[in-house]
Design a protein around this ligand. Sequence first.
Ligand SMILES: [Zn+2]
Ligand SMILES: [Zn+2]
Length: 206
Amino acid sequence: MSSSRRSPATRLDPRRPLVFDTRTLPRSPGSARTETRTVPAPADLQAGLAGVAEGADLRLDVMLESVTEGVLVTATAVAPVTGECARCLEPVAQTIEVSCRELFSYEQGAGNTDEDGYSLDGDLLDLEPVLRDALVLTLPLAPLCQEDCPGLCAECGALLAQAGPEHGHDRATDPRWAGLRQRMTQAEPVGSPVPETREESGRGRP
Ligand SMILES: [Zn+2]
Ligand SMILES: [Zn+2]
């Protein structure tokens, strides 16, 4: 009668950082306890240009509540996010906070498995998949180093945040551009496109 149950032999390891033990939580609806932990972030928390580094500190505030069907878990996690600015590709470091709430049902008899939900494993529950989903959904897909990051100069690739608002390429009179162009030309590997230089000399004009 175990056709629909998934490998009940693999029990949760209570030493894993995101496994919570509900033994001390009375199984009478209304009982609750809270727990605060800092745990190392699991691997593969990545989405787009941003992610939480494996092993980084995740700060967790967890409330475990007894309800009729099982244990209701309400968790808040604060995680450091690192990545690349979507506009200028400079490193980005920020912090995200996510909240999630999930019911872990008491283990049910064979043939009565709830495929969609989470279940307690004995007294243990594993918050990792819940937290992982919440974190990945909250990661910024296009992180910015600052709200109004001006990005890169379309012509020379300079960081506009550092080059300043007056950065531009109106004419070949900008000494910074002239110097940069010289360096780029000198450093140009064979076969790469050379920057447009037609206007440099001014020749060919009436
Ligand atoms: Zn930026
Ligand atoms: Zn430029």
